[in-house]
Design a protein around this ligand. Structure first.
Ligand code: FNR
Length: 193
């Protein structure tokens, strides 16, 4: 079966290094035969989660779009920047909105029985590794099978060439491999969408 993968970064920034990183993994997933959708959160702005807002107006249209996207894919390729050693508010906000059910919908329908692979890029030496600990924990606690394979790319402002590839061949290969791994595992698991 063909794996259906949704790829996104936890940053809306135009020149985001995490967007660049996840796009490499997308190529790895495609090479392994997956169908990949790339989501840019710049194109899907979400209000800051507010329980009063949800109660008054229900889930915003862009949240419904996000939920539909998450549900329509078996696996998530996620590049998460590290903010103060943790997840970005953009990514946490998106997860929090998507975790909310509509009437009659089973709980955590966007996350249950999904598989994910994490990566990060940062200008620091640790590459955002400390933030991935939190992203892994959050996703694991809402039903996502987060694969043990992950990569954090440090000194990332100098790490990419003009084509968006990593100058270091071994690092480039490791990110392609993350995409390959997610595509391969998602296809084998044949998860429902
Ligand atoms: C950062 N940055 C950062 N980097 C890091 O390695 N560890 C950290 O704890 C933090 N903390 C942090 C907090 C805040 C509020 C900002 C705005 C930035 C730097 C961060 O890695 C850098 O801005 C990246 O370029 C962000 O990723 P994108 O947007 O380029 O994908």
């Amino acid at each position: 079966t063909t794996a259906k993968i949704l790829a996104f970064a936890g940053s809306a920034r135009h020149d985001s290094i995490n967007k660049k990183l996840v796009k490499i993994a997308v190529e790895g997933a495609k090479a392994a035969g997956a169908e990949v959708t790339y989501l840019d959160f710049r194109d899907l702005p979400l209000p800051l989660y507010d329980e009063d807002l949800e109660e008054a107006e229900g889930l915003p249209e862009n949240v419904l779009k996000l939920k539909a996207l998450l549900k329509a894919h078996q696996g998530f390729l996620i590049a998460s920047p590290e903010y103060n050693s943790s997840i970005t508010p953009l990514l946490k906000n998106a997860i929090d909105w998507a975790s909310r059910s509509e009437p009659g919908e089973p709980p955590l329908a966007c996350f249950n029985e999904k598989v994910a692979v994490l990566m990060s890029a940062s200008p620091g030496t640790l590459g955002g590794l400390r933030g991935l600990v939190h992203v892994r924990s959050i996703l694991g606690n809402i039903g996502v099978l987060v694969l043990p394979d992950q990569q954090a790319i440090g000194n990332a402002h100098q790490a990419f060439d003009d084509n968006g590839n990593l100058k270091d061949e071994a690092k480039q290969a490791s990110i392609l491999q993350l995409g390959n791994k997610l595509a391969t595992v998602a296809a084998k698991l044949n998860l429902p969408v």
